[in-house]
Design a protein around this ligand. Structure first.
Ligand code: C5P
Length: 417
């Protein structure tokens, strides 16, 4: 039995952001539980509104237990509370995961034949749909038209991931990972207009992660870059419509963003070769990877042993500056973006160092992060400055790495015209 519902009335947590999680009837509905859990664990009050079909995959009791809120599907229960309009009116964000072809068709046509579509029709907050369906359904002209129509009305319809679907099929149509849905939902709460489709038709190459310079078969010289900021840059570009290649160095812990092609590399030289190859016909190249400035001159064939004469001496040589090389090779019209992790010192602050670096590297835009004291590295949030070779300097307020990425893409899109 579903508990009686009193929508929108003062619950103890009523001051927290109110989110609606819609779930429509596809096998990926089981992943909605993980999305829900992540939302509630980060402090959101979430009302789950499944379709009747979704309850064939996950029971109402699971959603009620995980959300701590009552769950129902129709508009004819608890009528005096007018839930079919209240939920949409009061929500800060509506996320539908998974959004099936049928749900999007009903929404595109303004149907309001269950609580979820009625909620979507009354919502004036950002709406994020995470589609999941078979490739044939996703590519069908009816679905393409519905997606285009919904996007033209300001609904954010995520690009699905490619990969294993139900059964043995693979292809585009897989639900983006719950962590990605939650990151993009957070982005829309920070900034409702963060995901316009302004990079459609653009080819983008992004490097991310930290290179490892091998010393012997078991050791390397590395750095603390997690790759999260570069992944966010690639993720946001893909969701703004770009065709994205992510050249990743040592980011095995990170989930590949949906609709992004990932090329895996390890050392600076491998990353360099991949970037030179991938960037040839790109509209935008972003060097977010932390590239080692030095590498051992020689790679020992066997593990270096502890010697009687004390520790071995490792001779280093300088790695090429990939960003400078890409700037030198850039075809007409290509935009090149560099990153700079800076700490202030006695000679100047973060911004002073970044201005010097922008000129030295010759790139079109330089995103400067303040690092050290627990800032940026391995952290979910980031802030900094975006400097343009045209003299522009935009401060990037502290927020999620996806928020920083969205500000970067604003500046890039404006320059691409
Ligand atoms: O000089 P610094 O390492 O601070 O410059 C950072 C920028 O230069 C980043 O965009 C980084 O990806 C790039 N870089 C590079 N090749 C190197 C060192 C840094 O492309 N060898």
């Amino acid at each position: 039995m579903t508990a009686p519902e009193v929508p929108g009335t003062g619950t103890p947590d009523a001051d927290l952001p109110g989110m609606v999680l819609g779930v429509s009837g596809g096998i990926a509905a089981y992943k909605a539980c993980e999305v829900l859990r992540r939302f509630t664990e980060s402090g959101h009050r979430v009302r789950v509104v499944p379709t009747e079909a979704a309850l064939n995959f996950v029971g109402a009791a699971t959603f009620e237990a995980l959300s701590g809120q009552p769950v129902r599907t129709g508009v004819f229960t608890n009528v005096p509370e007018v839930a079919h309009v209240r939920l949409g009116q009061r929500a800060d964000l509506v996320v539908v995961a998974p959004a099936t072809a049928d749900l999007m068709a009903r929404l595109a046509h303004g149907r309001a034949d269950d609580l979820l579509t009625a909620t979507l029709l009354t919502a004036r907050c950002p709406v994020l749909l995470a589609p999941a369906m078979h490739t044939e359904m996703w590519e069908h002209p009816a679905t393409r038209d519905n997606v285009a129509l919904l996007r033209s009305r300001g609904v954010v319809v995520l690009e699905p991931a490619s990969g294993r679907l139900t059964g043995v099929d693979t292809g585009p149509g897989r639900l983006p990972e719950p962590s990605e849905i939650v990151a993009l939902a957070r982005l829309l709460l920070e900034r409702p207009d963060a995901l316009p489709r302004d990079l459609t038709g653009r080819r983008v190459v992004v490097s991310a992660g930290g290179t490892r310079e091998p010393l012997d078969p078991v050791r390397f010289l590395g750095n603390r870059s997690s790759g999260r900021q570069g992944y966010a840059v690639a993720q946001v570009a893909a969701q703004r419509g770009a065709e994205v290649t992510l050249v990743a160095a040592n980011t095995a812990d990170l989930t590949a963003p949906a609709a992004v092609r990932v090329v895996r590399t390890g050392s600076a030289e491998q990353l360099r070769l991949a970037m030179l190859d991938e960037s040839k016909d790109a509209d935008v190249v972003v060097m977010a990877a932390a590239v080692a400035d030095f590498r051992p001159v020689a790679l020992a064939e066997h593990k270096i042993k502890k010697g009687a004469d004390g520790p071995p001496v490792v001779h280093l040589t300088t790695n090429p500056d990939i960003l400078a090389e890409l700037v030198g090779l850039r075809p007409d019209g290509q935009l090149v973006v560099g990153f700079a992790a800076e700490t202030g010192d006695e000679t100047g602050g973060v911004l002073d160092h970044a201005r010097v670096k922008l000129v030295r590297k010759g790139c079109d835009l330089l995103l400067a992060n303040a690092v050290g004291d627990g800032k940026a590295f391995e952290q979910p949030d980031n802030g900094g400055w975006l400097l343009g070779s045209d003299g522009t300097e935009v401060e990037l307020p502290h927020g999620s790495k996806a928020l920083l990425a969205s500000r970067l893409w604003d500046e890039v899109a404006a320059r691409l015209g």
